[in-house]
Design a protein around this ligand. Structure first.
Ligand code: SF4
Length: 227
């Protein structure tokens, strides 16, 4: 973004497509990390409609559900105009990155090694000025204040900040998007199989992540090493 680029006057009702188009104009080097959750799949489709033709970067922690890896592959087939990048492709619990059971004893350390560090290193090499991110306010109370645009060393743009889960589901159904099938089984936010359970009625969409471990974020989007 140049010093003279006007900051758009977005409101909660602004169309995510307009937010993405502004991002592409002001940050043509923008990158999109993704874990291919419902939000991520919707954002990916909207980004393509807005003209995004860059990379979609996914980190293989070695603990992903097969359904998540299959969702990535279905998306790659559906959007050949994008470049799908998988860091540590083929990682496994026994690959030596961490003790295989570190997720149980110290999930923060496990996420730091298996997820945050590889993505941070990749982003240092690519040096994008902005990231497209799929978080939305109603995913969790800790995300209730997410703005469309977060300033920082890298601008983080959250075009879906004001979309509800119902809006995301409606869009996904209307567009026949390849949503991770686990979502429809109650896994409203899908992470590693070791650290994810289905959400119970009335819980936040992310309540199934690290349940009972006092942890709510992997460290990519919150904390001192956030992207
Ligand atoms: S979600 Fe669990 S298994 Fe995956 S990187 Fe984090 S702690 Fe490790």
């Amino acid at each position: 973004m140049t010093a003279t680029s006007p900051r758009p006057d977005f409101t909660p009702d602004s169309d995510p497509l307009d937010v993405i188009r502004w991002t592409l104009e002001t940050h043509p080097d923008v990158l999109m990390p993704s874990a291919f959750n419902l939000n991520g799949v919707v954002l990916l489709d909207l980004a393509v409609k807005a003209g995004y033709r860059g990379e979609v970067v996914f980190v293989d922690t070695g603990y992903h559900f097969p359904e998540t890896l299959a969702t990535r592959d279905r998306l790659a087939a559906r959007y050949p105009e994008l470049t799908f990048v998988t860091l540590h492709d083929g990682a496994s619990p026994e690959d030596g990155q961490t003790d295989p059971a570190l997720y149980a004893s110290d999930p923060d350390a496990c996420c730091a090694v298996r997820k945050v560090t590889p993505l941070q290193a990749y982003l240092r090499s690519k040096a994008p000025s902005a990231l497209l991110n799929a978080r939305s306010r109603d995913q969790a109370s800790t995300r209730a204040d997410i703005p469309f645009i977060e300033d920082g060393a890298r601008v983080k743009v959250n075009p879906l900040a004001h979309w509800t889960r119902e809006m995301l589901e409606t869009y996904a159904r209307e567009q026949d998007l390849p949503v991770n099938p686990l979502y429809w089984d109650g896994f409203l936010s899908v992470g590693c199989w070791t650290c994810t359970r289905a959400v119970r009625p009335g819980e936040d969409a992310r309540a199934g992540r690290w349940a009972g471990k006092g942890k709510t974020e992997c460290g990519l989007w919150a904390g001192e090493n956030r992207l």
